[in-house]
Design a protein around this ligand. Structure first.
Ligand SMILES: N[C@@H](CCC(=O)N[C@@H](CS)C(=O)NCC(=O)O)C(=O)O
Length: 206
């Protein structure tokens, strides 16, 4: 198995924290997004989606989505479960992770990629040349404003985002907080449950 990644980027961080928590070691090669190495012919031959992280399995199959990579690795390494241990827990982990990714991460990505000059004509990851749409920055801010109260309510009911156990959804929420720093945003001061969760998550991740 071989992992192609770029440690400083948000999606690689999602997988890295999963691997570290479970103590999984994989042969790894960095693909430097800073020098646009993802658009080299060599990397395009490995991952035509030109994103990281990409996991090439021993049989040659390619997994390009962090959620798919984690589902696969959890099945191989069930100790310290992060994807839920019962059918209901598994459904809650995937459901909350989906909300975090689509309603939070994607909003931050919209703000970041549609506003930063380095992403001119690269508003989305991948091979397509897509123009920036400045209005998406404003829309992203509105989406983020609605995101935090939803998380605050959930963390008032449970210690972890998907229930009683720390999970991959917590890892994704933790990565979201790091990514929010890139657009100079953080956990709102009036979200006391999220602030308390963050301290617990930091301790859990060591
Ligand atoms: N859908 C992928 C997203 C992967 C992704 O967007 N990775 C970013 C780094 S955070 C990337 O490869 N960006 C390349 C680019 O911006 O050209 C997943 O869920 O894993």
């Amino acid at each position: 198995m071989k992992l192609y990644t770029y440690d400083p980027a948000p999606n690689p961080m999602r997988l890295n924290l999963f691997l570290k928590y479970k103590g999984i070691d994989i042969d790894t090669q960095q693909v430097d997004l800073g020098t646009l190495e993802q658009h080299s012919d060599e990397y395009g031959a490995i991952n035509p989606a030109r994103t990281v992280p990409a996991l090439v399995l021993d049989g040659g199959d390619l997994l390009t989505e962090v959620i798919g990579q984690c589902v696969y690795l959890e099945a191989l390494h069930p100790d310290k479960p992060l994807m839920g241990s019962t059918p209901l827990e598994q459904a809650e982990v995937i459901s909350w992770d989906h909300k975090i990714f689509l309603q939070g991460m994607a909003a931050i990505a919209d703000i970041f990629r549609n506003g930063h000059p380095a992403f001119k004509d690269r508003a989305m990851p991948g091979p397509l040349k897509l123009p920036q749409i400045p209005e998406l920055c404003e829309r992203g801010k509105l989406r983020l404003e609605a995101f935090w109260p939803m998380i605050e309510v959930q963390l008032g009911k449970h210690p972890w985002i998907a229930g009683d156990n720390f999970s991959f959804a917590d890892i994704d929420l933790y990565c979201l907080v790091q990514f929010a720093g890139w657009i100079k945003e953080g956990i709102p001061e009036d979200c006391a449950n999220v602030q308390a969760w963050y301290s617990r998550a930091e301790a859990e991740l060591g």
